[in-house]
Write a protein that binds this ligand. Structure first.
Ligand code: NAD
Ligand code: UFG
Length: 334
């Protein structure tokens, strides 16, 4: 299939582009490089032997987007492009609503105008807000994200449901990711955000690289086995493979929502300890105050993706820690 990948030079997008190419798909990438680097395109070529067609452009530019749809015979769209920093979204909510929601509406309008039916959307476990129970299944109440970033995901999910009601020939697959970490085993691509990271693994790497003294672990007084929060960390390569599975099942599928996680909860402290035991004791930490808005425990029920898409994760926490650090070291050598 000819797949348009928005945000295809970003963390999850670049890994998915690699998996798509390796599974015989043709890929066209749109990215405005607001949170990625052009070098990633060359790295994708190094890994796969194929350089995907690339448009450096903003999804908010509707006229240029229309041209991309006219110039290519697109069979499906995987939509990663979006701003994703929770704290920043609280400070500049309008930018988040504009970028994430208008960008998506522009894409959907182009799909409608060009009679393209297949759309895979990057949603997030943050739509579950504070879950009533774990593991969280897809029918758990959503729409109660705790910040503007998360609300863009909730609103876009609602927009997709409305578009599907109006035109049930669309195939919309909504993937709710849990916590992607890790990197491609080549060490060539990984998470490389512009600016200071605020997610856990990029921060662990910063400390391991010696750029920060210590990791601050936010809270050790939660009601969990070691007092730190619990998350469902998923290797980004497994997550990327989930998108290929979603595409394989998309024809005539209608609107579907799937969790993509491992189904296993790992505490923040366990992740740091695994990182240190796999890579040498590189990360010192202190416990500090809880971070406002953090969900204490969050892990996925994965049966639906397993039964309907045939999706199962293969890589474990040690692989995630090893591959993240390998990427960090390779990046700093290049
Ligand atoms: P990322 O920032 O690495 O990738 C997003 C890419 O989109 C970047 O390359 C950025 O330059 C591009 N982009 C942003 N706005 C754009 C626009 N208007 N036009 C064109 N390009 C634009 O993020 P990621 O971690 O790869 O996340 C991909 C998607 O998955 C995002 O929608 C994110 O919200 C979602 N998601 C991520 C996580 C996570 O923890 N990484 C968790 C759940 C959901
Ligand atoms: N944490 C620390 N220290 C840090 C950074 C994070 O202790 O320096 C802790 C957090 O308090 C939290 C855990 O590590 O308990 C994970 O935090 P992240 O910021 O890495 O991830 P979140 O679970 O808060 O949110 C992430 C993405 C969201 C996405 C959500 C999906 O940032 O975009 O997962 O579940 F929506």
């Amino acid at each position: 299939m000819e797949i348009l990948v928005t945000g295809g030079l970003g963390f999850i997008g670049s890994h998915t582009v690699v998996e798509l190419i390796e599974n015989g798909h043709n890929v066209i990438i749109i990215d405005n490089l607001s949170n990625s680097k052009i070098e990633v395109l060359g790295k994708i070529e190094l890994i796969t032997g194929t350089k995907p067609k690339f448009y450096q452009m903003d999804l908010l530019n509707f006229e240029t987007l229309q041209k991309v749809f006219k110039e290519n015979k697109i069979d499906g769209v995987i939509h990663f492009a979006g701003l994703k920093a929770v704290a920043e979204s609280i400070q500049i909510p309008l930018k988040y609503y504009e970028n994430n929601i208008i960008g998506t509406i522009n894409l959907l309008k182009c799909m409608q105008d060009n009679d393209i039916k297949n759309f895979v959307f990057s949603s997030s476990a943050c739509v579950y807000g504070f879950p009533n129970k774990n593991p969280i299944d897809e029918d758990s109440p959503s729409n109660c994200a705790t910040n503007p970033y998360g609300r863009t995901k909730c609103f876009i999910e609602e927009i997709l449901k409305d578009c599907y009601m109006a035109n049930p020939t669309f195939n919309f697959t909504i993937l709710r990711y849990f916590n992607p970490i890790g990197a491609h085993k080549s060490g060539l691509i990984g998470e490389d955000p512009n600016g200071i990271p605020n997610n856990l693994m990029p921060y662990i790497l910063r400390v391991a690289e010696g750029k920060s003294d210590k990791l601050h672990i936010f809270g050790n007084d939660y009601d969990t086995q070691d007092g730190t929060c619990i998350r469902d960390f998923i290797h980004v390569v497994d997550l990327a493979k989930g998108h290929v599975k979603a595409l394989e099942h998309i024809n005539n599928s209608g609107l579907n929502i799937y969790n993509l996680g491992t189904g296993k909860g790992t505490s923040v402290l366990e992740l740091v300890n695994s990182f240190n035991s796999v890579n040498g004791n590189l990360v010192n930490y202190d416990f500090v105050e809880r971070r406002p808005g953090d969900v204490p425990v969050n892990f996925a029920k994965t049966d639906k993706a397993k039964n309907e898409l045939g999706f199962e994760t293969k890589l474990n926490i040690e692989d995630m820690c090893k591959d993240s650090w390998h990427f960090s070291q390779t990046k700093n050598k290049l």
